[in-house]
Design a protein around this ligand. Structure first.
Ligand code: MG
Length: 209
């Protein structure tokens, strides 16, 4: 495998559209006629509970994550996502690296990947909470804390993410949502097809053997 670049790709928020489903469940549960609805384009914080106006409904929404069917029901971010991953897999060492949610999501995440990404072998799917224990040339992940930890563990590794409204770089006073300054941000979550097209072009330019 020498010379072949290893690309680590997060699932939730990068390959699968987690917030689209969360926002839809939240809006269905928000039964007050005048209760403010959420838009998938306005994800202001990494945690739903931190930007949804109704905390009680947000917590009820998050309980759905304990149901394996929730994970199976998620949509790919874009058709471009699947096309890009299949193309990368022909010339790079691609691995999905995803954190489990609770005790019942891991099997569902693997089943989702086998259904939507059948070209990946089982040993290309890693379920682990601490992604910095896996070494790659590139990590694509949306969670600021994960990007920061990875940068500390592997200073030479490249980092990228689809840009969410809450991401901030530089001398930000927001320690929760700050991402390292060398993270490549691909705009944006509100245009996932475009974000994945730009990401695909950048990965092929920089990591193809
Ligand atoms: Mg994620």
């Amino acid at each position: 495998m020498s010379g072949i670049k290893r690309i680590l790709v997060d699932m939730d928020g990068i390959i699968v559209d987690l917030y689209d489903r969360l926002v839809s469940i939240y809006n269905d549960l928000e039964t007050h006629a005048d209760g403010p609805r959420l838009s998938r384009d306005n994800v202001k914080a990494w945690k739903l509970e931190h930007f949804a106006p109704n905390l009680k409904v947000a917590r009820r929404t998050m309980k759905h994550l304990d149901d394996p069917d929730f994970w199976l029901s998620l949509k790919p971010m874009s058709m471009m996502t699947l096309t890009a991953l299949e193309t990368w897999n022909e010339c790079m060492d691609v691995h999905l690296v995803t954190s489990p949610w609770g005790g019942r999501s891991a099997d569902a995440k693997i089943a989702w990947a086998r259904q939507h990404l059948p070209f990946l072998k089982r040993d290309q799917i890693t379920i682990c909470s601490r992604k910095e224990i896996v070494h790659g040339d590139l990590l694509i992940d949306d969670k600021p804390a994960t990007l920061r930890r990875y940068a500390e563990a592997w200073p030479v590794a490249r980092l990228a993410t689809i840009q969410y409204p809450y991401h901030c770089q530089g001398d930000s006073s927001d320690p929760v949502h700050r991402v390292p300054s060398h993270v490549q941000l691909f705009p944006s979550y509100s245009s996932p097809h475009r974000a994945w097209a730009l990401l695909h072009e950048w990965v092929m330019e920089n990591f193809q053997s």
